[in-house]
Structure formats: structure tokens, C-alpha cells
Design a protein around this ligand. Structure first.
Ligand code: AMP
Length: 278
């Protein structure tokens, strides 16, 4: 495994990989790695010759300074985990490497898919995501990039950005990794107490509850029943939406072939999200 803390040294090493005509797989992360991230890394290792994992807590996608400050940073443990997976390039750059002064980036038209759900509650979040992922793509220039469906809306945004910029990068979406009890793995879980982790199970339980409703009820009625179920738990709901997986448009009377539920809630001060296809 090799660790690169500046852009120039990574670019140099990648040049050699490209000269050998090897394919590059890219897994962008914000660190505090868990089995969800590792599943992406393993998918990348299976189908590309050299895997680059970036570890960069991106300031432009946070809405509050305190959320950014409190985001877990565990670089040494992350490196130890990745070492076990194989001969990986780890890219842990400084902010100035990702956002140089001459960075030309203007807010991007994401056709409104950045304004619903996460976008509605975290204004500007997806512009920050698009900005960092574009800049990372321009540095790494992978053939394939791997993203988790835990961040369902993010995958849709990245696909649209890649298409609009005509980048020759295949976006590969990987399934959500969960703890045995169903809790979706997340770096933010590190900030939960044991009893909050129990409380947070209501997210998964609500998604499971919802799956049973789809045959008998419309999306509108199912949504109401799911919200009622969720409110029996201790979390504070931000949104629970039933959307078409492709357009992210809210479903009302009819289900679509790719109906998806996305949910966000606060467990104490920690904001958690979860999702499922229905
Ligand atoms: P993050 O470090 O939270 O920005 O996540 C980096 C990548 O890992 C994103 O593509 C996430 O969607 C993905 N990811 C995070 N948690 C999970 C999970 N539980 N299962 C699968 N992928 C995940």
C-alpha cells in the first residue's frame, strides 16, 4: 500500500500505472472507514487493476461548522484497515490540493435533483459534493468509480454530473452494508452511544415496515403510515420520502418500477440517513 498526502506525488505514481495500461478504480471517502467503505474497496479490487481510495473530509459539503468539526477523523486506523485489503493507493490530500486558487468551478445545474430530500434540508450540500468529486475525478481520472447506495441521492447526482461533463467514468453503485441488527453502517455511528444505536434501529425498522405496505396501499397512504410508525421511536424525523429512483420525483398515487424510500432523522445531535428500494 502507498500513501500520498499531496497531489503531485499521486499524479506521478498514477502516470506509471497508466503507462502500463492498467485500469484505475476510485473509491472517494471521508474516512472513519467501516465495512461499508471496505465493501466498495473490495468491489473495486475485483474489477480494476489499481484502486485509489481518497480520504478527505470535504468542507464544502457540510452545512454547519460544528458538523464539520465533529466529523470523525481516524486516519491511522483507516490506513491499517486498507492495508489488509491489498496494494492500494491511499490519497489523503490537504484542502489546498483539492481546492487550488485557480480552481474553475461554477454552481452546476443538477436539474433539481439536488433540491429535494437531502438538498432541501442541507442547502448547497450537493454542489459541494459535485465540486469535490469533480476535482477528485480530474486528479485520479479513473475508469470506474464506486459509490454506496446508502447515499442514494448522491449516486443520482454523481451520475448526472458525470453525464453532463461527458466524463469517461463508469459509476458503480454498491449495496448498503448493515450491522447484523439492520443499522446501516455509517462513520457518524461513532458518535452514537450504545443506547442511541438501539434507538437508531427505528430507521431500518420503518423501512422494513414500509416494504410490507406497498402491495395494499398507495405511496401517499404508505408514507403516512410509515411516518406514524417512525414517530413511535425516539428519533426526530427530518423527512421520509417515497420517490421514483430515477427522477427522484415524489410518488403519490402510483408506485414506479424503481420506487425508493429515503429517510433522514436526528438521533440526538447526530443526523442519520437510510434508504431502501421498495
Ligand atoms: P463517506 O465516507 O460517508 O463519504 O462515504 C464514502 C462512500 O462510502 C460513499 O459512496 C458512501 O455511500 C459509501 N458508504 C457509506 N456507508 C456505507 C454503507 N453502510 N454501505 C455501503 N456504502 C457505504
Amino acid at each position: 500500500m502507498q500513501i500520498f498526502q499531496d497531489k503531485q506525488s499521486l499524479l506521478q505514481a498514477l502516470q506509471e500505472i497508466k503507462a502500463e495500461e492498467k485500469s484505475i478504480g476510485f473509491v472517494p471517502t471521508m474516512g472513519a472507514l467501516h465495512d461499508g467503505h471496505i465493501a466498495l474497496v473490495r468491489s473495486a479490487l475485483r474489477v480494476t487493476d489499481k484502486v485509489v481510495v481518497s480520504i478527505f473530509v470535504n468542507p464544502t459539503q457540510f452545512n454547519t461548522a460544528s458538523d464539520l468539526d465533529k466529523y470523525p477523523r481516524t486516519l491511522e486506523a483507516d490506513i491499517a484497515l486498507l492495508k489488509k485489503e491489498g496494494d492500494i493507493f491511499v490519497f489523503a490530500p490537504a484542502v489546498s490540493d483539492i481546492y487550488p486558487e485557480e480552481d474553475l468551478f461554477a454552481p452546476f445545474d443538477l436539474e433539481g435533483i439536488d433540491l429535494v430530500m437531502e438538498g432541501k434540508f442541507r442547502p448547497g450540500h450537493f454542489q459541494g459534493v459535485v465540486h469535490v468529486v469533480r476535482n477528485l475525478f480530474l486528479i485520479v481520472q479513473p475508469q470506474k468509480a464506486f459509490f454506496g447506495l446508502k447515499d442514494f441521492q448522491q449516486v443520482a447526482v454523481i451520475r448526472l454530473m458525470t453525464k453532463k461533463l461527458s466524463l469517461p467514468i463508469e459509476i458503480i453503485a454498491c449495496a448498503i452494508e448493515r450491522a447484523p441488527n439492520g443499522l446501516a453502517l455509517s462513520s457518524r455511528n461513532l458518535r452514537l452511544t450504545e443506547s442511541q444505536k438501539e434507538d437508531a434501529l427505528i430507521l431500518f425498522q420503518t423501512l422494513e415496515f414500509l416494504k410490507k405496505l406497498t402491495r395494499d396501499f398507495s405511496p401517499a397512504v404508505s408514507r403516512e403510515k410509515a411516518i406514524e410508525f417512525f414517530k413511535k421511536g425516539k428519533l426526530e424525523l427530518e423527512y421520509l420520502e417515497l420517490v421514483s429512483g430515477e427522477t427522484l420525483e415524489a410518488l403519490d398515487q402510483n408506485w414506479s418500477a424503481d420506487s425508493t424510500c429515503c429517510i433522514a432523522a436526528f438521533c440526538g445531535e447526530v443526523r442519520l440517513i437510510d434508504t431502501t428500494p421498495l
